[in-house]
Write a protein that binds this ligand. Structure first.
Ligand code: F3S
Length: 68
């Protein structure tokens, strides 16, 4: 599974990094970033559910998940 943040869509709601703080971080303005675990765009094995949960809870649909 792969994940991206669409920075054009992200409005800084913060649900992604509240739900999965090791998978998603925030920049100085509260917009979502990837973390060391997801920086290469790959979701760590076993964390697919948390990634889907974060994506489902983003009001802007800015967490993009690519099932493989
Ligand atoms: Fe941005 Fe959505 Fe997270 S708006 S901060 S990607 S919950």
């Amino acid at each position: 599974m792969k994940v991206q943040i669409d920075s054009k869509l992200c409005q800084g709601h913060g649900r992604c990094y509240d739900l999965a703080p090791d998978l998603f971080g925030e920049d100085d303005e509260g917009y979502a970033t990837l973390t060391a675990l997801t920086a290469d765009g790959n979701v760590p094995e076993g964390r697919e559910g948390d990634t889907r949960l974060a994506a489902a809870n983003c009001p802007e649909s800015a967490v993009l998940v690519f099932e493989e």
